[in-house]
Design a protein around this ligand. Structure first.
Ligand SMILES: O=P(O)(O)OC[C@H]1O[C@](O)(CO)[C@@H](O)[C@@H]1O
Length: 493
């Protein structure tokens, strides 16, 4: 059987280079995998280097207790107040727009979810109004140039989304906003009426001046790249409604259940993980192209880049031994139908090996459109399905029945096909959770701590040194190229 079902998803592995049986005989999960998986479900201290629990599965549990329950209630109330029009700005006006200021996991998941699930917003049934939700992440202020001119400070709330509440990118952006609002009202008014803090560091939120009622603290054990289920997902709930957000959590829970209980040969994340290991180890393929064939999922490759590469791009085991085998691959990709007109040429006839994940939505409803338009849209969805299947076939089987090298398509590239009948908040949640568990399973196989990111931290430290050199008059002490550029950048300033 090449199709595996779970939590509303189907994984078709017919175009991998091994059968499921042979795969399970070749790539063996360690004996303690099941114990690790149980620990993940229970939220134990799996992130040992940072001495933190790993609680993203608890975060989306059906019923929660204690601080987590109180946090959920506060989150829900905030969503109702903002979407229901009760939350008023400093000048008494109703809030119409929200800007999520965050980066990495505090941006990628919320941004992807808010975009993918927008059409499922049914808040109007309860008298809620849709909010315009914007995302600002880049440290160069690039998005602020576009967003500030189109928002009204009197009717906009800013979410400062940062687990650590110390990421320089986020504070560069929010500090610019802080300077911008001063033209309109006092800083105190802005902080009291227009800012929400979402972080696991409550003290830092207080220090920044965010009043307690507008703070959404969350557990330190929620990793940044696993955090869209936590209060970091506020912008999803504000954009798509609480009901949609809860449906997304339910879908992820269904995948948790599937991952925790399905036998290996019928377990979607386990098979995704093991085929990934097989392609890496046995076929020497160092990259995975993620190719969603539904526009609502176009941010998926970017999201998975962080989830997978920040988790498993490592050269030391969890207990700090040097690794001499390949670990997580390079994740890349793009929206499939448009990729066909961009990078697919290389995939079909270039020299480089790759594996691919096609993500396919078989049907799409078109509520709110006339029959005529709905029929045309349904035809377009079919067009997309046909193209996905066609390119998947060509990548696998190629076409070499000709003497002409120009018409020679080598094929041989293994792929997964992840399908869902419809994209819903539930299947979306299940899809993301499936990838989380795939990454977790591979991390256990490669003996990694998938929950820390020392390479990222090191890069941040290097940047602090360079920034200090940029802001100083002393001769910079780096390599010749860097020293030269620092001097030019100083002059430019
Ligand atoms: O939410 P924070 O603490 O601002 O961090 C943002 C991102 O920065 C990282 O630490 C990497 O720089 C990610 O792991 C994280 O998602």
């Amino acid at each position: 059987m090449t199709q595996i079902n779970g939590a509303g998803l189907t994984l078709d592995v017919a175009f991998q280079n091994e059968s499921v049986d042979d795969l399970l005989n070749t790539i063996k999960l360690p004996d303690d995998f099941k114990s690790f998986r149980e620990q993940l479900m229970q939220g134990t201290y799996l992130n040992q280097t940072e001495q933190r629990q790993v609680v993203h599965c608890l975060e989306r549990a059906a019923s929660v207790e204690g601080e987590r329950a109180a946090g959920r209630e506060k989150f829900n109330n905030m969503v109702h107040q903002l979407r229901g029009g009760e939350w008023l700005g400093a000048t008494g006006k109703r809030i119409t727009a929200v800007v999520n200021v965050g980066v990495g996991g505090s941006d990628l998941g919320p941004n992807m979810g808010a975009f993918a699930l927008k059409e499922f917003d049914d808040g109007h049934l309860e008298g809620e109004h849709a909010l315009d939700v914007h995302f600002v992440s880049s440290m160069d202020g690039g998005q602020l140039y576009a967003v500030l001119p189109i928002i009204d400070p009197e009717t906009t709330v800013f979410i400062v989304a940062s687990k650590s509440f110390g990421t320089i990118d986020t504070f560069a952006n929010i500090d610019t906003v802080r300077a911008w609002v001063k033209q309109h009202f006092s800083e105190q008014d802005w902080l009291e009426h227009h800012v929400i803090g979402v972080s696991s560091n409550q003290q830092k939120m207080l220090d920044y001046g965010i009043p307690l009622p507008h703070q959404l603290p969350f557990d330190e054990g929620v990793g940044g790249r696993f955090s869209l289920w936590s209060p970091i997902g506020l912008s999803i709930a504000l954009s798509c409604g609480l009901h949609t957000f809860e449906r997304m959590l339910a879908g992820a829970r269904a995948m948790d259940e599937h991952f925790a209980t399905a036998p290996d040969h019928e377990n979607i994340p386990v098979l995704m993980a093991l085929f990934g290991v097989y392609n890496r180890e046995q076929l020497g393929i160092n990259n995975l192209a993620v190719l969603p064939y539904d526009g609502r999922l176009r941010m998926l490759p970017n999201y998975l880049q962080q989830l997978d590469m920040e988790s498993n791009g490592k050269q030391a085991t969890a207990d700090n031994r040097a690794i001499d085998y390949a670990t997580g691959p390079i994740i890349w990709g793009g929206f499939g139908p448009n990729g066909q007109h961009a990078f697919f040429q290389h995939l079909h006839q270039g020299f480089d090996p790759f594996a691919a994940d096609f993500v396919l939505v078989l049907e799409r409803d078109a509520p709110g459109f006339s029959h005529q338009v709905a029929d045309k849209l349904a035809e377009q969805q079919q067009l997309s399905v046909a193209n996905c299947l066609a390119h998947r076939q060509l990548m696998k089987f190629g076409d070499t029945n000709t003497e002409s090298p120009r018409d020679h398509y080598p094929g041989g590239h293994p792929s997964n096909l992840l399908m869902m009948q419809q994209l819903t908040p539930e299947t979306f949640g299940a899809l993301i959770a499936a990838y989380e568990h795939k990454v977790f399973t591979q991390g256990i196989y490669w003996q990694l701590n998938s929950f820390d990111q020392p390479g990222v931290e090191k890069g941040k430290k290097c940047a602090i040194d360079i920034l200090a050199a940029l802001n100083s008059n002393d001769a910079p002490q780096f390599d010749a190229s860097t020293n030269d550029i620092i001097k030019k950048a100083r002059n430019g300033h």
